[in-house]
Write a protein that binds this ligand. Structure first.
Ligand SMILES: C=C(O[C@H]1C=CC=C(C(=O)O)[C@@H]1O)C(=O)O
Length: 412
């Protein structure tokens, strides 16, 4: 559907009410922008294992309208996804937001859930649960341990920050602020909500491509292993060099690449993944990243079925998957919902792009819940993971104009 970068620009005037009446989906990345309006039909919801088949059945019986489904997968692969066929695709748009591009002021104290010290305790408990078979000094026994599916090697633990605004937040204004970082893909999409609740949105700026399909070409760009960007260029370069050389971060990264390669290899005639990650940077974070590129054996495999197969990768969940999911459910006090899920689109030919739904906020009326997670491995240090998650909130906090002096909840 979107093979070429689009360049035309139109202007639309959108306020929060219109956005609600006409569900608006926006995915804006360095290569192209996809915007959709309205909703013709919902994909019957289900879990990741049935996603590919449901999408296929949907397009086999699709009504008139754009032959594309847009939406989100929740973090929990057993929970229900939320995809729909939009009524119209818009050209790339310079959003003119009614009332100017203002966000309401934040009021009251932010609330960290869990509190940072509790998060540190969660990390310590997780490190204790990680099998010594996975310690970086014992890599030779690691594959054996993973094969047994019995030993936890990595789990990604998240925390959240609740913020209260003076009045209703327009999700499009927040997305527009996030767009200032052109290394990320920003997204805004409506989320399922209870009938008596205000409209809910997921708004974020993801640096991480879960899967992209164009014809038989597949790409994935997993990230794992992080360091905060620093204002001083010399210190910033040192932080990046330290990240590249960190055995703990390289280890954390390898879990993700191994899982994606293992899932894609049986479906590809060619698959290329560099043996060492490279540095990837956003305005606020350094990451280790690996570009994986392959050729599918079969035309019949859609971006949706691959997203369902890969999600949740060890970049947001852990290894082995089920054990990591159990650990996350035991330790995290707040349900992730669609944070650490995936957002994207798939068309009737199977092409599509799905991004990992990180660096985001769940926005509902005048409240925002920001999420940030960090990969925990045998060598993780609780205080450093508290600091890393604090740094990962920065993308959203900068967009909201919140500085550290107003944010006691971030690290205390
Ligand atoms: C889970 C998140 O980040 C993932 C992506 C990049 C680096 C990560 C890390 O270094 O832990 C995480 O795996 C998040 O930002 O909430």
């Amino acid at each position: 559907m979107i093979a070429q970068p689009l360049s035309a620009t139109t202007q639309v005037d959108v306020n929060a009410d219109e956005a609600r009446q006409s569900p608006l989906f926006v995915l804006r990345g360095p290569q192209y922008t996809l915007e959709t309006r309205g909703c013709i039909a919902h994909l019957p919801s289900g879990n990741t294992t049935t996603l590919g088949q449901r999408v296929k059945d949907f397009f086999a019986n699709a009504q008139d309208g754009p032959k594309v489904l847009v939406g989100a997968l929740p973090f929990d692969p057993h929970a229900l996804d939320a995809l729909y066929q939009p009524a119209a695709l818009s050209l790339p748009t310079a959003l003119q937001v009614s009332g100017g591009a203002k966000l309401p002021a934040l009021i009251g104290q932010s609330q960290a859930e869990p509190a940072p010290n509790y998060y540190g305790d969660m990390v310590a408990r997780c490190v204790a649960a990680i099998s010594s078979k996975f310690s970086t000094s014992k890599l030779s026994t690691r594959k054996q341990a993973a094969d047994q599916e019995a030993h936890l090697g990595k789990a990604v633990l998240a925390r959240s920050l609740l913020l209260q605004a003076e009045h209703t937040i327009n999700p499009l204004v927040l997305a527009k602020r996030l767009e200032r970082d052109n290394s990320v893909t920003t997204y805004v999409l409506p989320l399922p909500q209870a009938i008596d609740e205000a409209p809910a949105w997921l708004v974020g700026a993801s640096p991480e491509l879960l899967i992209s399909v164009r014809g038989r070409t597949v790409k994935s760009h997993p990230l794992a292993g992080s360091a905060r960007r620093l204002a001083d260029p010399h210190a910033d370069a040192k932080a990046a060099a330290a990240l590249s050389a960190s055995s703990k971060d390289l280890d954390e990264h390898k879990f993700v690449v191994d899982a994606i390669v293992a899932a894609l290899a049986p479906l590809c005639s060619e698959l290329d993944a560099p043996s060492r990650p490279s540095l990837y940077t956003t305005d606020t974070m350094w990451h280790l990243g690996t570009e994986i590129v392959g050729t599918l054996k079969d035309d019949d495999i859609s971006a949706a079925s691959l997203a369902g197969l890969l999600h949740p990768t060890p970049a947001v969940c852990g290894t082995p998957r089920q054990l990591a999911l159990d650990t996350i459910h035991q330790l995290e006090p707040v349900d992730r919902g669609f944070y650490a899920g995936a957002v994207g689109w798939v068309d009737d030919k199977g092409d599509g792009d799905w991004y990992v739904a990180i660096r985001c906020a769940h926005v509902q009326a005048d409240r925002l819940r920001l999420f940030a997670g960090a990969g925990i491995v045998a060598d993780s240090v609780p205080e450093l993971e508290v600091a890393e998650t604090a740094a990962k909130f920065r993308a959203l906090l900068d967009a909201l104009g919140v500085d550290d002096t107003h944010l006691h909840a971030l690290s205390k």
